[in-house]
Design a protein around this ligand. Structure first.
Ligand SMILES: [Zn+2]
Length: 89
């Protein structure tokens, strides 16, 4: 079983259990306060990574170095580089 460090957004309890799906993502139910929510840990983690990539691009760090530093795929770095460069190219 995969160990997670998720906690209830309402009471902070880690006593969560899976309670069906919503929009393709697992829904969790807090067994302590009965609060239920969808947890999407990948999305905020990626947003942080992409922000870091964009910062490194501004510092003119090479794409390969960014891949090494952040672990983001090179194609993704290239895509973000194109986006941050704007339509001037
Ligand atoms: Zn709770």
């Amino acid at each position: 079983m995969i160990q997670t460090t998720m906690s209830c957004g309402k009471c902070g309890s880690t006593a969560l259990r899976k309670n069906g799906h919503s929009h393709g993502q697992a829904k969790y139910l807090c067994t302590a306060c009965r609060h239920q929510a969808v947890f999407a840990p990948a999305a905020p983690r990626k947003a942080v990574q992409y922000a870091q990539v964009e910062k490194l691009l501004l510092e003119r760090v090479s794409q390969r170095a960014i891949v090494r530093l952040t672990g983001v795929a090179r194609m993704t770095v290239a895509k973000l580089a194109k986006k941050s460069a704007g339509p001037a190219e």
